[in-house]
Write a protein that binds this ligand. Structure first.
Ligand SMILES: Cc1ncc(COP(=O)(O)O)c(C=O)c1O
Length: 398
């Protein structure tokens, strides 16, 4: 089968829920991907901030192989060892006490919303409203869509779940104006990924903590994109000097396998049997993969590499500002970085980058997001910058 045959199959059988890049990807290794025609790409999307230790990392591949020959899945009425190992490593390296393992980011956030509502019912006169930031992204189920502070995602699917309201990121007055007796939770991303790599100020995050303490509100941090090393600390909240009450994880947690988790302080771990569950959540296979990857990240101090590589990457991007007037802003933390332009050139840039063998994401019509594997090398970042510079030059020549 050639490339066109695969594309014909897609248009015949698959729901058109995504506009795809033109290549049919066949395999990956480290930061690189290859398509069915043998073309090589530097992958600075890493499965949308998922393949944290690179494609086909043998640490994860070996764990999957071993686990698949031992035990794949049982119901959660049984104790299983990979699930408990993963629970221990994630909790022991956090400020949280208890975990529930699920399958995705939306599912983790859905669970955190349920946890908050149950806690509000038991401890705060039935308070159930959750505040989230404009431009946030928390998932695509009906409740996590409602939590997502981007009305454009709600419109087609109204009515979404009630009980959510939105505030301006980094604006404490806007947040305060939305709080009332019915508010049970405030959910933030410390760096908004899908919203365009918008970074919370330390002051804002610490103020959120203070407000939550003063008003008996649960501080929930959605770490689906920022967790497990991406920002240069194992959990993103560590960079902001706060202890959240609840966090959610997914994406990089499994290094490529589908897994998510809710971590909570004991006080907020209010689920009892019958409240919540998941057939596949915490299954032996994905737990073993996530455990192997988390252990690798911790033992090799990958977050420290991320800090150094992130600074190097930002310095390389900053060099471009003197060359191209069209660059309006560069922002990022660790290896979650965006470059913004004064006009909508992101779609054209993606095409040029694809041609040059560099995969990046148009996070906004005028902004490109970079989220390479956390194991990317300085040489690969330099190589990517050469490809990216030539892509900007081509777009501007047109
Ligand atoms: C911060 C954040 N939360 C939740 C989600 C939803 O995760 P999933 O696609 O695994 O459901 C995403 C996905 O991009 C995300 O970035």
């Amino acid at each position: 089968m050639d490339e066109q045959n695969w594309k014909d199959m897609e248009s015949k059988y698959y729901m058109h829920a995504a506009n795809r890049y033109p290549m049919v990807i066949e395999r990956g290794e480290g930061t690189k991907l290859w398509d069915v025609n043998g073309n090589e790409y530097l992958d600075f999307t890493s499965g949308w901030a998922v393949n944290n230790i690179g494609h086909s990392n043998s640490v994860v591949a070996d764990a999957i192989e071993k686990q698949s020959k031992t035990l794949l899945q049982t119901s959660n009425v049984f104790y299983t060892i990979p699930q408990l190992r993963l629970a221990e490593i994630l909790i022991e390296n956090s400020v949280l006490d208890k975990i529930f393992i699920c399958n995705s980011g939306a599912e983790a956030n859905e669970g955190a919303i349920k946890l908050a509502r149950k806690w509000g019912r038991q401890n705060k006169n039935g308070a159930n409203k959750i505040l989230t930031a404009f431009d946030s992204f928390h998932g695509r189920t009906i409740s996590t869509l409602a939590a997502t502070g981007q009305p454009k995602y709600h419109e087609t699917f109204m009515p979404v779940t009630e009980g959510f309201d939105y505030f301006e990121l980094n604006n404490i007055d806007s947040l305060k104006s939305k709080i009332d007796d019915n508010t049970v939770g405030i959910m933030i991303e410390v760096v908004q990924g899908e919203g365009g790599v918008n970074i919370c100020s330390q002051e804002f995050v610490q103020n959120v903590r203070k407000i939550c303490d003063d008003k008996n509100i649960i501080m929930i941090i959605d770490e689906v994109q920022t967790g497990i090393g991406r920002l240069g600390s194992f959990y993103g909240y560590e960079k902001f000097g706060v202890e959240p009450d609840v966090i959610t994880l997914a994406k990089g947690l499994g290094a490529g396998v589908p897994i998510g988790a809710i971590l909570a302080k004991t006080e907020y771990s209010v689920f009892v049997p019958g409240d919540h569950g998941s057939t596949f959540g915490g299954n032996a296979l994905t737990s073993a993969a996530a455990y192997a990857s988390s252990k690798f990240i911790l033992e090799n101090d990958i977050p420290n590499n991320v800090n150094q590589l992130g600074s190097y990457f930002l310095s390389k991007l900053n060099e471009l500002t003197s060359k191209f007037e069209i660059i309006s802003e560069i922002r990022g933390m660790g290896l979650l970085i965006a470059i913004e332009f004064s006009s909508d050139i992101a779609a054209d840039l993606i095409n040029e980058c694809n041609r040059n063998g560099l995969l990046v994401n148009a996070v906004r019509p005028n902004a490109i997001r970079f989220m390479p594997p956390l194991t990317v090398s300085e040489e690969e970042i330099s190589e990517a910058m050469v490809k990216f510079t030539s892509a900007i030059e081509s777009v501007l020549r047109k």
